[in-house]
Design a protein around this ligand. Structure first.
Ligand SMILES: [Zn+2]
Ligand SMILES: [Zn+2]
Length: 249
């Protein structure tokens, strides 16, 4: 299996149809969770994945809608008797906040707690963080209100590459990360500082030469037609709106 699933597609204010934005990457060997603003257990079950199948967790940034459920995720893994180590990746700033969040619950004293390995992502250059025979995941800084990374996922077998902008305004870091990808999953919460408007999403997709643009982290109160037409005004490829549990292969 080489699959990227959108577990949640909503922006900072979730609704009954959309949890906050977070993603899942699956191959035979890896099950990678990108962010955890929500406790992922329910959505993982719907996707047919047990919580302790997760091998890696990438935290894009320390906003509550992206990592607010981290303590609950860890606690549920522990209660489900996880033994294998969990690899957690983030910028130094993000990991510091993540550890502080976990410290509230004295997680290091949980009896029989599984090992958690923290890996720091460089803020200065694009970095490959998951490197395997079947999968490559890299991260690079983007331009949000706090230190944040966007993520590029490449499946070796299918030669498919997907880029998730994360929360960002248009920036060179994202342009470089997205260049030549098949699909750009682009936040469209703007126009606002640190975010991207649908029009700007179209410009970024066009510049990067992607085949398809999927808008995510958008305000569900806006009309779908309006969001799509605004993005399409600057991008000739296919444009759609992300939905929870939609997947790409
Ligand atoms: Zn966000
Ligand atoms: Zn954010």
């Amino acid at each position: 299996m080489n699959r990227l699933t959108i577990l949640g597609s909503g922006f900072a204010v979730a609704n009954q149809n959309q949890e906050n934005t977070y993603l899942l990457v699956q191959t035979g060997m890896h099950t990678v969770l990108i962010d955890c603003g929500n406790n992922p257990v329910g959505k993982l079950q719907q996707a047919g994945v047990a919580i302790n199948q997760i091998t890696d967790l990438i935290l894009t940034h320390a906003h509550a809608d992206h990592m607010g459920a981290l303590p609950l995720l860890m606690m549920d893994m522990w209660l489900c008797k996880r033994q294998t180590p969990l690899k957690v990746y983030g910028l130094d700033y993000t990991l510091e906040k993540a550890k502080a969040l976990l410290a509230i619950y004295n997680w290091e004293n949980w009896q029989g707690m599984f090992p958690v390995e923290f890996y720091s992502i460089s803020a200065d250059s694009r970095q490959e963080i998951v490197h395997a025979r079947e999968l490559s995941i890299s991260a690079a800084s983007v331009k949000h209100l706090i230190p944040t990374v966007g993520v590029r996922v490449s499946f070796v077998e299918t030669h498919k590459t997907f880029v998730y902008s994360c929360d960002t305004e248009p920036c060179e870091g994202l342009d470089r990360l997205a260049t030549g990808a098949h699909l750009l999953i682009q936040e469209a919460a703007g126009p606002a500082k640190g975010h991207t408007s649908p029009e700007e999403a179209g410009i970024t997709a066009n510049k990067a030469g992607v085949k398809e643009l999927v808008l995510i982290h958008y305000d569900a109160g806006r009309s779908e037609e309006d969001l799509l037409s605004r993005a399409s005004s600057n991008f000739a490829g296919k444009v759609s709106l992300a939905k929870d549990l939609q997947f790409f292969e």
